[in-house]
Every structure is written in structure tokens, then in C-alpha cells.
Design a protein around this ligand. Structure first.
Ligand SMILES: O=C1O[C@H](COP(=O)(O)O)[C@@H](O)[C@H](O)[C@H]1O
Length: 256
């Protein structure tokens, strides 16, 4: 097994530059994936990340019909509820681009009374997309987009939670999320760490201390510090000057 590569940190002084660079990065990942496999598999988080994706709207070169979109985590609420990660992503991006609805893989909220069944059903949705085509132990997403909460969670993997040691499941559930709503499903570390690329998108002054801890003190083992995709996977950080203000970890100039 190869050692994971060190994270690559980008810091953008201009917010528009962050949005545009992220869009160009995603389009490049999409192009490489389609050339290799004929499709682009992406998992998207909710929260503040969704607003950073609008650089993709109307951009030439995006082959929406080749995208298979999953959620890195989802709050167990109706899909049109204001807390739903799908609703956020749909409002900010997916409803504004020509992606076929069947390529957007949402949770089945009709199973909400039995969250274990709901998580199993979402895992089966991933198995249909990945296992039959790639025959791998874990799915290899072309790209997973993650955020980081001020408390140090990523996806719905919270500091100190027992889910951090999940080794088998692709999709796990929690009913005691410290951040509301309490019921959520999430991709697990084995899935996140098998991705070809993982990009954190973190901006704003409220994230400044947590990003410093995650990048400068990975030995503390906060969930985002544990995102180290196995080689040749790579983790990237797209940050703004506010979020990365205190980070000593070396920045890399953005170029494609
Ligand atoms: O609850 C969640 O929070 C994180 C971070 O959200 P942010 O608004 O602080 O960026 C998000 O990445 C995750 O998908 C979501 O469920």
C-alpha cells in the first residue's frame, strides 16, 4: 500500500477566483474521468459548499449527462426541507443545469421511519452504480466535495463519534448528530479515502481556527485530518484568505 500524498492547499484572496478555480478543477476532473470511464461520479456535501459551485453554471465543457451525483452526507428530512443537503445543492446548482434527474441520487425519504433501512437503501444505490461496473471492495468516486464545520466535522462524521472507526459500511447513519438535525446518513471514511480526488471547500472567518488545527495539527485526529485518500488519490483544500489566515501549512499556487 502506498503512503497517501500530502494535502494540497490553495488559498484565494478573491472569492470569485475561488469559485472560478473550483469550477475549472471540477471540469478537468470530469474530463479525465469521462475519457477513462465514460462517466463522472461525484459526491457533494451540503452547507456553505453549495454556494461555491455556481461557477459551473453555463460553463462550456460540462457534460452533465455523464455526471452521477451522490451526496457525501444527507440530513434525514424531506428533500424539499430547508435542512436538506439535496435541496441546497439543487437550489444552488442542479436545478440550473441540464442534468438528467435520474443521475441525481437522493435518499429515499419514504424510509425515514427506519433509518437503518434508509441507509441500506442508499448504500444499494451506490452498489448499483459502482459495484457492477468497477467490481471493487469500495466505490472509487472521481471526486468527493467536502466542507468542514466549525466543530471539526466533515460530511456527517463528527469528532469523537463512534462512526469514525467504521471499516465496512459504505453508507452509515447517525441519530445523535451534535448539529441538528440529529438523523443523518453519511459516506464512511473507507469510501472517502478510496476516492480519486477529495476537495475540501472552506471559506470565511468562522472556519479560521478549525482549519489551522486540521492542517497544522493533524495528529489531533479531527475528522477532516483523517481524509487521506490512498494513493494515487489526492486531497485538495480550496480556501479563502479568511479561512486560511492562521494556517502555517504551505500553500500551493493554483494552476491546472
Ligand atoms: O451539517 C453539515 O455541515 C457541514 C459543514 O457545513 P458548513 O455550512 O459549515 O460549511 C457540511 O459539509 C455537511 O454536508 C452538512 O451536512
Amino acid at each position: 500500500m502506498h503512503t497517501p500524498s500530502a494535502p494540497i492547499l490553495y488559498s484565494f484572496a478573491d472569492p470569485n477566483n475561488l469559485v472560478d478555480s473550483l469550477a475549472r478543477f471540477i471540469i478537468k476532473a470530469q474530463k479525465e474521468s469521462i475519457e477513462k470511464k465514460g462517466r463522472f461520479t461525484i459526491a457533494i456535501s451540503g452547507g456553505s459548499l453549495a454556494q461555491q459551485l455556481n461557477g459551473l453554471i453555463g460553463k462550456p465543457g460540462v457534460k452533465w449527462e455523464k455526471w452521477q451525483v451522490f451526496y457525501a452526507d444527507e440530513r434525514v428530512v424531506p428533500l424539499d426541507h430547508e435542512d436538506s443537503n439535496h435541496r441546497l445543492c439543487n437550489d444552488e446548482l442542479l436545478s440550473k443545469v441540464p442534468i438528467p434527474r435520474q443521475n441525481i441520487h437522493t435518499i429515499d425519504y419514504s424510509l425515514a421511519d427506519d433509518i437503518e433501512e434508509l441507509a441500506d437503501a442508499y448504500e444499494k444505490e451506490l452498489i448499483r452504480e459502482f459495484a457492477q461496473k468497477d467490481a471493487a471492495r469500495f466505490p472509487v468516486f472521481d471526486l468527493i466535495l467536502l466542507g468542514v464545520g466549525p466543530d471539526g466535522h466533515t460530511a456527517s462524521l463528527f469528532p469523537g463519534h463512534e462512526l469514525l472507526s467504521e471499516e465496512d459500511r459504505w453508507v452509515a447513519y447517525i441519530t445523535d448528530s451534535p448539529k441538528p438535525p440529529p438523523k443523518r446518513v453519511t459516506l464512511t471514511f473507507p469510501v472517502i479515502n478510496h476516492a480519486a480526488r477529495v476537495a475540501f471547500v472552506v471559506y470565511g472567518p468562522s472556519k479560521v481556527d478549525i482549519i489551522k488545527t486540521v492542517l497544522d495539527k493533524p495528529e489531533q485526529g479531527l475528522p477532516p485530518s483523517r481524509v487521506r485518500p490512498i494513493s494515487p488519490g489526492q486531497v485538495y483544500w480550496f480556501t479563502d484568505a479568511d479561512a486560511s489566515a492562521k494556517v502555517e501549512y504551505p500553500r500551493t499556487p493554483f494552476k491546472l
